[in-house]
Design a binder for this molecule. Structure first.
Ligand SMILES: [Zn+2]
Length: 199
């Protein structure tokens, strides 16, 4: 009887059970390379999913929409197009090796929060989709600005944190000095007390 072989979904080659591992999707993956790749791909997909969910809930919040559940499905392709935008990707890639992630899109949305608020208050939109698309164009146009200012902002933040920790350490130094001075005063008092015994 010939041994049963399993087709590995990663490399499409057949393998023996002892050289493979069965995953939760009930399929067999070659140990090491193929299985590692499967785990890596799964982690990537999960991260993408989480970042996408976070992005959508930010859009819902900024546009004051009812809920994520009622967020128009027809808007997803626009987001995905930007995620995969090779032109934009190429422009930013040189500086940001990770390219344009959902996280970056979300951060740019937050960066444009005031502009979105203004557009909502001053423009007439015929429906939610046209409002979303109009503001999405604002976001797209501000990605380079976000990278420029975002970097500046994080630098400022780092400097502020450094200053704060410096102030805190100075406070610690002062406390040590005050404690030492108090101790010195105390010692002097004791000295005086001792000498007073011989009066
Ligand atoms: Zn394989």
């Amino acid at each position: 009887m010939t041994e049963r072989l399993f087709k590995c979904p990663i490399c499409s080659q057949y393998g023996k059970k002892e050289n493979m591992i069965r995953e939760e999707d009930k399929r067999y993956y070659h140990l090491e390379y193929c299985h590692t790749k499967w785990k890596r791909d799964r982690a990537f997909k999960l991260k993408e999913r989480e970042e996408m969910d976070s992005l959508v809930s930010t859009i819902v919040r900024l546009h004051k929409l009812q809920s994520v559940a009622t967020f128009p499905r027809t808007f997803y392709p626009f987001i995905q197009e930007l995620r995969n935008d090779s032109v934009l990707f190429g422009k930013i890639e040189r500086r940001y090796k990770e390219g344009l992630t959902y996280k970056t899109i979300e951060d740019t949305y937050l960066y444009c929060a005031d502009k979105i608020e203004w557009a909502k208050g001053n423009k007439e939109f015929k429906n939610v989709m046209s409002e979303l698309r109009y503001c999405f164009a604002i976001v797209k146009n501000n990605i380079e600005n976000y990278f420029r200012d975002g970097k500046k902002l994080s630098k400022q933040k780092a400097e502020t944190e450094l200053l704060t920790s410096h102030v805190e350490s100075m406070r610690d130094v002062n406390q040590v000095i005050i404690a030492a001075q108090n101790k010195a005063v105390q010692n002097n008092k004791e000295k005086i007390d001792i000498t007073s015994l011989f009066d």
